[in-house]
Design a protein around this ligand. Structure first.
Ligand code: NOJ
Length: 567
């Protein structure tokens, strides 16, 4: 298969609301992305994925779309969007947008018509959404149709008095699910996707697309995720989109499916698939859940990090897609905590652990996605007040924790450790009062540590996290590591993260202590032909089997193979 552009690229994910404000309203905007394109390019990145920019009431920061063919006034205008495309393309950069296909806002005109029997377009749009009559309980009283639980906590059903029935929403009540069984929905969604293709976008990240099909028997279940996730028919919808819209153009399509099996993953994103090009899974994202915690349960229950689980996940996905598809590499996105706080140490070993994490990921084969602020080691929030948080999910879950018996402080700690707001604070450009993000009070509080952790400071320090990202990403390009071949070692080792990867001129060997405890790792013959290239501690001893907490080293040796020996 000839190489596609997205196999050579490096992606930078921008959370639009928090990246760069240019009109002093405290909210990031499209002009802000334009302003920072050179910054991104300088890092060694050539594709930018922006979070939803559509007109929206912002219940879920834009994942609740009111008008698919317009830009939110928070972010600018359609002209600003066109300017972003042309500025990016002029730099040989690509722009990917987040396309929300599973639901709309409850303020979208389709839903306004659907929920109101007196609306002139009611009959046209009623079946754009999923409605069910109340279920009668044993006492003969009407109740919700099922006990299904939404991804944000709480019921998936909201009662609509004018029609005396419930609509389905697997996210917030302001995000009603579209009915993909209705051909008119598919036609309408294709039209809005075509609108952005015609403007010249280079690809889409298809939001929540593994939820497009529902179990229309609506069986009773709690939480019932299996009735609205990964049902076989959603593949048909994706294939329909792909054949009609994606394949005729040279677009990059990124899908996500948290728990896809190998077979499922290849069906989504194998070379011969007609759905996505890249698949985001979440397997490595929650390798530290304390199953015994039922006060702040599930992803909210922080336990100790299972390093073997993370390595096995990386090794497995490299193997799943070997010769049959293409891997995507990322530590986290806007839905998970900041990686240095999550798997590293944002206090004593901040820089060292951030570099260790970078070494472990950014020499692997595949297309990487760097999340904004990761390149300076931005951390989880330092909020002490519930009102500092912004995410819709936080407030339902806080209520759930209290109901489970959590004290306020326990619930707050779970939020600080795990909530999505951790990854959504304003970008820390400098040490000024609003971190160079805005001249006005930001929509969400800037992390207090921006006086130490910011781009401006790190650009002046030769060994900063930012410098290391830049070095590694440029090395990645130069050595064509996206196309390398990887071998993992000692997957059962509870501390060491070790792999070797082939580059254009050198082979690279990464040996990292993934933990905050000292580690002994026998180097023996492993480093025989290698010399130490770089390390994240001063005066690293190339031949020493002793590794300090989070110490990581990259060794390399020059080979004589031609690049054609690589894939
Ligand atoms: C997945 C997105 O990543 C998340 O941020 C969003 O809340 C849901 N889909 C709903 O659109």
């Amino acid at each position: 298969m000839p190489t596609r552009w997205w196999q050579d690229t490096i992606i930078y994910q921008v959370y639009l609301r928090s990246f760069q404000d240019t009109n002093a309203d405290g909210i990031g905007d499209l002009q802000g992305v334009i302003k920072r394109l050179d910054y991104v390019r300088d890092l060694g990145i050539d594709t930018v994925w922006i979070s939803p920019h559509f007109d929206s009431p912002m219940d879920d920061n834009g994942y609740d779309v009111r008008d698919f063919c317009n830009v939110s006034p928070d972010y600018g205008t359609l002209d600003d969007f066109k300017a972003l495309l042309s500025e990016a393309h002029a730099r040989n950069m690509k722009i990917i947008i987040d396309m929300i296909v599973n639901h709309t806002s409850d303020e979208h005109p389709w839903f306004l018509a659907a929920k109101d029997p007196t609306h002139p377009d009611h009959t046209t749009f009623r079946d754009f959404y999923i409605w069910q009559p109340p279920r009668m309980n044993d006492q003969g009283n009407p109740e919700r149709p099922t006990s299904w639980v939404s991804w944000f906590g709480g019921s998936t059903w909201t009662y609509n008095p004018p029609t005396n029935d419930y609509y389905l929403h697997i996210f917030s009540a302001k995000m009603p699910d579209l009915n993909w069984r209705n051909p008119a929905v598919r036609v309408a969604m294709k039209a809005v996707i075509q609108f952005w293709i015609d403007l010249g976008v280079d690809g889409f990240r298809l939001d929540a697309s593994n939820h497009l099909e529902k179990n229309w028997d609506f069986p009773e279940a709690n939480p019932g995720y299996e009735h609205f996730s990964n049902l076989p028919k959603h593949h048909e919808y994706l294939e329909e989109l792909s054949r009609a819209l994606f394949e005729p153009y040279d677009l990059l399509i990124i899908g996500e499916a948290g728990s896809a099996s190998r077979e499922e993953a290849l069906r989504y994103a194998g070379y011969d698939s007609h759905e996505f090009n890249l698949l985001i899974h979440f397997e490595h994202c929650w390798a530290d859940i304390d199953e015994a915690n039922n006060v702040t349960p599930g992803k909210w229950a922080k336990g100790s990090v299972d390093v073997t689980k993370i390595k096995r996940s990386f090794a497995k996905w490299q193997q799943v897609f070997a010769n049959q598809g293409w891997n995507v590499l990322y530590w986290h996105n806007h839905d998970q905590p900041r990686i240095v706080s999550h798997y590293g140490d944002d206090a004593i070993h901040h820089r060292r652990s951030a570099l260790m994490l970078a070494y472990c990921l950014y020499l692997l084969p595949g297309t990487p996605i760097v999340y904004y602020g990761e390149e300076i080691g931005m951390t989880n929030v330092d909020y002490t007040d519930l009102s500092d948080f912004r995410d819709v999910e936080v407030f339902t879950e806080y209520g759930n924790f209290k109901q489970n018996g959590a004290h306020h402080e326990t619930a707050m700690q779970a939020l600080r450790d795990r909530c999505r707001d951790n990854a959504r604070t304003p970008m820390q450009w400098d040490d000024s009062p609003h971190a160079g993000f805005s001249t006005a009070t930001p929509w969400m509080k800037v992390n207090g540590n921006h006086s130490d952790i910011n781009v401006k400071t790190q650009q002046k320090q030769p060994d900063s996290i930012w410098q290391t990202y830049k070095t590694l990403l440029h090395l990645r390009k130069h050595e064509r590591l996206n196309h390398g071949k990887v071998t993992f070692y000692t997957l059962d080792h509870e501390q060491a993260f070790v792999y070797c990867v082939t580059g254009k001129t050198h082979d690279y060997l990464v040996i990292a202590n993934f933990t905050d405890k000292p580690m002994r790792y026998p180097l023996d013959s492993l480093i025989k032909d290698y010399t130490l290239y770089v390390a994240n501690v001063k005066n690293a001893q190339a031949k020493s089997p002793r590794f300090a907490p989070f110490e990581a080293r990259i060794y390399r040796h020059q080979h004589n193979r031609t690049s054609s020996a690589m894939i």
